[in-house]
Design a protein around this ligand. Structure first.
Ligand SMILES: [Zn+2]
Length: 199
């Protein structure tokens, strides 16, 4: 995760542009009984981040997505969702995968720009996936989490035409200028890429 946001001027411009087209996206809470949007990935549960924690993209022009960025939460699954729902946190990711069973939440629409990489250009071009665990606690990197994450990553890569390789499926630590180390030395990249290609 990374508590950072893009330059306020640009963010306001983007949100202002989107406001006319899709005002419901900016509402912090939906009225009771309102229809919640289906997740972009059928196996995910929709658990929206606060609209204050991501950038609503210009939906009239699809954003170019050519990277999937792999993260580790450094906190628990429920606390990650709680942080994303808190409008004061200025952090989000598109998806969060639970360690014990691979349960997956989607928190930001893929069309919108989640704040996970700490770098505007990388946020703008990527889908961010958080994995429950800590970089120095390899026991959290369960087989079911690798497999669930790989199916999600493969679906994203197929949809956007992203090559299923290490050049395009990157770690947060690969983002230039970051001080984040996730997913860390215990993340099995060979297994990750192999499972994405087998999914
Ligand atoms: Zn990260």
């Amino acid at each position: 995760m990374k508590r950072a946001r893009p330059r306020p001027t640009r963010r306001l411009i983007l949100q202002g542009t989107a406001l006319a087209a899709l005002p419901y996206v900016l509402l912090p809470e939906r009225p009771a009984g309102a229809h919640a949007p289906a997740p972009d990935y059928a196996l995910a549960v929709w658990r929206p981040a606060s609209a204050a924690n991501y950038t609503v993209a210009n939906h009239s022009a699809a954003r170019p997505v050519d990277r999937v960025i792999i993260h580790v939460t450094q906190t628990t699954y429920p606390k990650t969702l709680f942080v994303f729902e808190n409008p004061g946190q200025h952090v989000s990711a598109h998806y969060v995968v639970r360690s014990a069973d691979g349960h997956t939440s989607q928190c930001v629409r893929e069309a919108d720009i989640a704040w996970h990489a700490g770098d505007w250009e990388h946020n703008r071009r990527s889908i961010g996936i958080e994995h429950e665990g800590w970089v120095d606690e390899p026991a959290y990197f369960t087989g079911v989490m690798y497999e669930t994450s790989a199916r999600l990553t493969a679906a994203i890569c197929t949809r956007y035409g992203i090559p299923k390789d290490r050049e395009h499926i990157i770690g947060h630590h690969d983002v230039p200028g970051t001080d984040h180390t996730d997913p860390g030395p215990h993340w099995d990249w060979e297994r990750c890429i192999r499972l994405v290609n087998a999914a």
